[in-house]
Design a protein around this ligand. Structure first.
Ligand code: ACO
Length: 431
């Protein structure tokens, strides 16, 4: 990572290894306000060179990103094209290998992921140890971390074959562990993976199969889930991606690093926001109460969850696609009664000066919760549905970091604002 550095020339010679030179060393600042010009809190001036996700500017394509334009591409492919024409597994391959697969490569990749969906029987016992009402994200964090104790070869992070194997395992086992966590909360028996089904279809099978001899996922729901998975696969240097890069830079195994990323995603300001949006809509309760709620938001008493983004200062392109998917699901499952409240929140916010001035638009989480609820998922599963597809993006980012010879262990510089040296005071002399 390049903290507080500025480009020597613009555009950089190569997108992968831009040339950066450090600014002249600054004198030690005395307060937060004396930070070097390029150093900002929340790592927002820290730059990670990466090749995966890009928010390009249509007017200045060589600029590194442009959230204002509301454009998102994976490895150069527009997200809209991938959502319409690709599948999640194909998109995951693209993120992990830089190129779309040939038919033979896709077949091999799908086979390998599918044949790593089973989990060790001891992991089932591990999951059984959780309390019945444990949050599935807590279960995911712990169980993915526990995988590192099963696969010792995962420590060989500079062995390409080992990295490949851990990737199959992680992408393959995430849906299984997620589904088992859900079944545990219901007290229902675990459903083993069905290798004949697609990646999202098998996930639905492990979640919802009861007494059927063979579970057949509804094609509309299977497709909707696949599109949602594509849209959630990667998103530049967000909090959880920055976490996997930071933790991974210590050269820990990928299971431990992924567990850390899931923990970052769990927070309500990040992947946990989709759960919070639903809670917020339920709390608002009716369309008539939306103006009153918006008043509270503007007074700083609460947030309009699912709105705002660090990078996008325009409509999140993923939110636009998700809105379309929502209607496909509602046509099948019936309209979610909370939809009207969400639409009214969006209508008012898009016209209100408070939101317009701050460039606050719906983000990816604003409508996903409504879809997930209509598909039958409980709210606590919403962030899990984000974590499953993001795994491919996390691993691609982790691998890119590992293979970048310029990368070192992550360690931001510190501006110390505390006391100078003090003399120890014995406890009986303290006031
Ligand atoms: N509701 C009301 N006001 C908001 C919101 C919101 N959702 N988001 C930002 N603001 C306001 C802030 O209060 C601030 O106002 P001020 O200038 O008067 O102080 C201004 O907009 C700028 O906001 P910041 O907090 O500085 O923006 P930042 O880039 O740090 O935060 C974040 C981005 C965390 C996403 C924020 O918009 C937020 O909390 N949104 C709600 C949670 C959410 O939906 N998270 C999901 C994000 S997408 C994802 O992670 C997958």
């Amino acid at each position: 990572m390049y903290s507080g550095l500025v480009p020597r020339r613009w555009p950089p010679l190569s997108p992968r290894f831009p040339l950066w030179i450090p600014r002249r060393p600054q004198r030690k600042p005395r307060s937060r306000w004396a930070l070097p010009r390029h150093a900002k809190p929340s790592l927002s001036s820290t730059i990670a060179p990466e090749n995966l996700t890009r928010f390009p500017s249509p007017t200045a394509p060589s600029a590194p990103w442009d959230g204002d334009a509301g454009i998102l591409r994976y490895r150069g492919y527009p997200i809209e094209d991938l959502a319409e024409k690709s599948t999640y597994l194909e998109t995951a391959y693209l993120l992990l290998n830089s190129e779309l697969p040939t038919a033979a490569q896709l077949k091999e990749w799908t086979y390998n992921v599918t044949h790593h969906t089973f989990i060790h029987e001891s992991i089932k016992k591990f999951l059984d140890g959780f309390h019945y009402d444990a949050h599935p994200m807590g279960m995911m964090i712990s169980t993915i971390a526990a995988l590192s104790t099963f696969y010792h070869d995962a420590k060989e992070i500079f062995n390409a074959e080992s990295r490949k194997k851990q990737t199959y395992r992680l992408v393959g086992k995430m849906p299984t562990i997620a589904a088992f966590s859900y079944r545990h909360s219901l007290g229902m028996p675990f459903v083993y993976p069905d290798n004949e089904l697609s990646y999202p279809g098998n996930f639905l099978n492990m979640l919802f199969r009861t007494t059927e001899y063979r579970y057949r996922p509804n094609p509309t729901l299977e497709h909707a889930l696949d599109v949602l998975f594509i849209l959630h696969a990667d998103h530049e240097q967000n909090c959880s991606t920055n976490t996997i890069r930071g933790v991974g830079s210590s050269h820990v195994d990928p299971y431990s690093a992924t567990a850390a990323a899931i923990a970052a995603l769990y927070g309500p300001l990040h992947g946990g926001a989709n759960e919070e949006v639903l809670r917020m809509l339920m709390e608002i309760g009716s369309v008539q109460k939306v103006p009153e709620f918006i008043k509270k938001v503007k007074a700083g008493e609460t947030k309009l969850m699912g709105f705002g983004h660090r990078v996008y200062k325009h409509y999140d392109p993923r939110a636009r696609i998700i809105k379309r998917v929502a209607y496909e699901v509602f046509d099948l499952m019936g309209k979610n009664p909370l939809l009207e409240i969400a639409l009214e929140c969006e209508r008012i916010a898009l016209e209100d000066d408070y939101f317009v001035k701050r460039k606050l638009y719906p983000n990816v989480d604003f409508y996903t919760g409504l879809i997930y609820q209509s598909m039958g998922f409980p709210m606590t599963m919403f962030p899990v549905l984000f974590a499953i597809p993001r795994t491919s993006g996390w691993i691609a980012q982790w691998e890119e970091l590992l293979l970048d010879p310029e990368q070192k262990i992550a360690r931001p510089r510190q501006i110390y604002l505390g006391h100078d040296t003090r003399q120890y005071v014995p406890i009986d002399q303290r006031s």
